[in-house]
Design a protein around this ligand. Structure first.
Ligand SMILES: Cc1ncc(COP(=O)(O)O)c(C=O)c1O
Length: 403
């Protein structure tokens, strides 16, 4: 049976051709995942680096790789989710979904026909890629940026046009992205604030970009981490409300609201944009518990403010610790920090994992010296700092790499 499965797989691969497979594999993260595997060689490398013992296997690992909220969801959101499980687990969401959609539209001063709910923001990014891009109109994305589009587009043999971040401040190079959008016209993806760099784009630059982009190009602004910026954040929701025709704003309940496991995201745009996307969403893509929890969370501004304050405090302390260690990092407006120990991603990643049970972010091929660390509890971050300190004082096992 196993052999047969292997055969089928091989013949599909044969059809794809080696170069295509490698591009697909790279795009879909297979190569990256292979790099994550804890092989004997990695263990030896870390053992040679210093003599402190490896993390004991019976201890829990600390996952700082997916920017999950270390505080979880608010008590009110949890209670609403649990009540929905008790009352509605056997029922499709139907009117609860409509009620949530109407309230969400009300919350933003939009028409319900301007909003689409998704099984997390990622479903909406996939749908936008499917609907607005083709091989002739590939998406224009920053590099590095959140990987969803560069994962899903190649499944349809669409190769995103990547524009490297600016070397000065690691921000999106909006000028070059705009020029690329003029050539390709499909979709321009902006992540604000950006995962994985943590950088923020201000009102002037964003408004200018959206004004100058060709009308046929849909600008997708991913605001997954918007709430962490706090007051003063310029949200493109304002431009949707003002009637911008070719704009889609994506948000999620996975980050500051602490509901990543319940999978609720949404996007807002002009009615024709939402209409074009809505047929592609899975029927009943939102579950009852997620809907109820997100609905309650939407009105809990005090929880959002509290999370924002906690995040800023942890980030400030962590970055101060990095500075004390002389570790370079990109100033972040989010719930993670992109830092560089000066060693390869592999060396830092494996050291954190094998010596301290810390799972840090995936390799970023275009920034091979950098590693993204999500902000966890204060105790987690102190643990990371002490590991980084030990790493700094151990001899490099590989040649230093440059950006
Ligand atoms: C920038 C960005 N957009 C979208 C997502 C997907 O979020 P969701 O959990 O809502 O699918 C993530 C998740 O990490 C993200 O970082």
């Amino acid at each position: 049976m196993r052999e047969q499965a292997g055969k089928t797989h091989n013949s599909a691969l044969d059809k794809l051709g080696r170069r295509d497979f490698l591009s697909l594999a790279a795009a879909s993260g297979l190569v990256v995942l292979a790099g994550c595997a804890t092989r004997q060689k990695d263990i030896e490398t870390v053992n040679n680096a210093d003599s402190s013992p490896l993390w004991q296997q019976d201890k829990k690992t600390i996952v700082l790789s997916s920017n999950e909220n270390p505080f979880g969801a608010s008590p009110a959101a949890m209670e609403a989710g649990m009540k929905a499980l008790r009352d509605n687990a056997s029922l499709y969401a139907r009117e609860n979904k409509d009620r949530f959609l109407n309230d969400l539209a009300d919350f933003y001063g939009l028409d319900p026909g301007q909003i689409l709910l998704g099984c997390g923001a990622i479903e909406l990014l996939k749908i936008a890629t499917d609907v607005f891009c083709s091989s002739k109109s590939p998406p224009v994305i920053s590099d590095p940026v959140y990987e969803a589009i560069s994962y899903y587009a190649p499944l349809r043999r669409i190769w995103p046009k990547r524009v490297p971040v600016k070397t000065r401040d690691a921000g999106h190079d909006l000028g070059t992205m705009l020029e690329a959008a003029k050539s390709y016209k499909g979709m321009l993806y902006v992540c604000n604030p950006c995962n994985p760099t943590g950088t923020l784009i201000g009102e002037k630059d964003l408004s200018q970009l959206i004004k100058e982009v060709p009308r046929e190009t849909v600008v997708v602004v991913d605001e997954a981490y918007a709430e962490y910026v706090g007051s003063g954040f310029f949200s493109c929701m304002d431009l949707v409300r003002a009637g911008t025709p070719n704009l889609l704003v994506i948000r999620t309940f996975s980050k500051i609201y602490g509901l990543a496991g319940l999978r609720v995201g949404y996007c807002a745009g002009a009615k024709n944009i939402i209409q074009a996307m809505s047929g592609h969403a899975l029927w009943n893509n939102i579950n009852q518990a997620g809907l109820a929890a997100a609905h309650a969370a939407l009105y809990e501004q005090s929880w959002v403010d509290k999370m924002c304050r906690e995040n800023k405090r942890t980030r400030r302390n962590f970055c101060a610790g990095l500075e004390d260690l002389g570790i370079e990092y990109i100033p972040s407006r989010t719930s993670f920090v992109l830092l560089s120990t000066g060693r390869s991603w592999e060396e830092t990643h494996n050291y954190l994992l094998l010596k301290g049970g810390v799972v840090a972010g995936r390799k970023i091929p275009s920034l091979p010296r950098y590693i993204r660390v999500s902000l966890g509890s204060d105790k987690d971050m102190e643990h990371v700092l002490s590991l980084l300190k030990n790493l700094q004082s151990s001899p490099p096992t590989q040649k230093k790499t440059t950006l």
